[in-house]
Design a protein around this ligand. Structure first.
Ligand SMILES: [Zn+2]
Length: 294
């Protein structure tokens, strides 16, 4: 047996549960919390199994498996570009926060920030990108973001959740608190209402005559038709696509001046929707959102 003192993890008293042999030096190297704990004699030192002191941890078994696996599988080999399952990211944040494994916690937060950006430019960059974390766990992400006040990702996480989940599923989601459910339902409602009212208010402007229009007779109906196809919220085969970039409409044509005008209008509406996104979910403005603001 390794001469170095070793630790074992035991989940429960009866039955004994899983025990994992860990090196004290390895744990101390990664976490100041563990390092400090080992500096002073602890009651668990009396509780030996096969010569190793046993520490009982209250953490989730899977979380510990994920994080200790990263330690032993070499942290440097942990490729930040490869897909990673959300449970691993969540474990890095939960245990990283509890045991002050800041680099691990920050790495996980950065992965989530790249998936759920806080600027429209980054949103556009990742629009067609395949998610690095699994796509079917939005409620878990909402819950984690709320628990750890990962506020910079919350607007986007809420947006993705409410656009990929039916309203009835949101309202009965067992993973969310009543407050989270209320926040998501109200946010969805405010976003849709805002988009509808903005479109209506712009509609008449779009149908009107422009000074520089080269062919008003042809452009006027086309402008109106194109404007009506504007959609920040596209529903197709049950999937909702949010904030798509401007696509050149194929079925209606206008003069160049009108076309530019329509595109500008679309971009403006889209930008103001993004700016207001946090407020739909009851959050402060983008620039005032801070992570771990607990
Ligand atoms: Zn025109």
């Amino acid at each position: 047996m390794n001469s170095e003192p070793q630790l074992k993890r035991r989940r429960t008293e009866e039955p004994v549960g899983d025990q994992v042999v860990m090196h004290r030096s390895m744990l101390s190297r990664h976490s100041i919390v563990w390092k400090d704990m080992f500096k002073v004699p602890q009651p668990y030192e009396q509780n030996l199994v096969a010569g190793c002191p046993v520490i009982q941890l209250s953490d989730d078994e899977k979380d510990l498996e994920h994080v200790l696996g990263i330690f032993y599988d070499n942290l440097k080999g942990f490729d930040a570009e490869n897909p990673i399952s959300f449970p691993i990211v969540a474990a890095m944040i939960r245990l990283g926060h509890k045991y002050q494994l800041d680099y691990l916690r920050d790495m996980a937060v950065n992965i989530l920030k790249s998936e759920y950006p806080s600027t429209l430019e980054l949103w556009d960059e990742g629009f067609d990108r395949i998610s690095r974390t699994c796509d079917d766990s939005y409620a878990d992400i909402v819950s984690l973001a709320s628990e750890f006040s990962l506020n910079t990702i919350r607007p986007c996480v809420y947006l993705m959740y409410v656009t990929k989940t039916s309203l009835s599923a949101v309202m009965s989601d067992p993973l969310l608190s009543r407050e989270e459910v209320a926040c998501c339902v109200l946010g969805r409602d405010k976003l849709v209402a805002w988009i509808n009212s903005t479109y209506k208010s712009k509609h008449f402007t779009m149908a009107g005559r422009r000074q520089d229009c080269q062919n008003h007779e042809k452009c006027s109906p086309s402008r109106r038709m194109i404007f009506e196809t504007f959609n920040l919220w596209e529903v197709e085969d049950g999937n909702i696509t949010v904030f798509p970039t401007w696509n050149r409409p194929k079925s209606h044509t206008t003069c160049k001046a009108c076309y530019r005008d329509l595109q500008t209008c679309y971009d403006e509406v889209r930008m103001s929707a993004w700016k207001m996104l946090p407020s739909f979910f009851g959050l402060p403005d983008w620039e005032d959102l801070k992570d771990f603001d607990m």
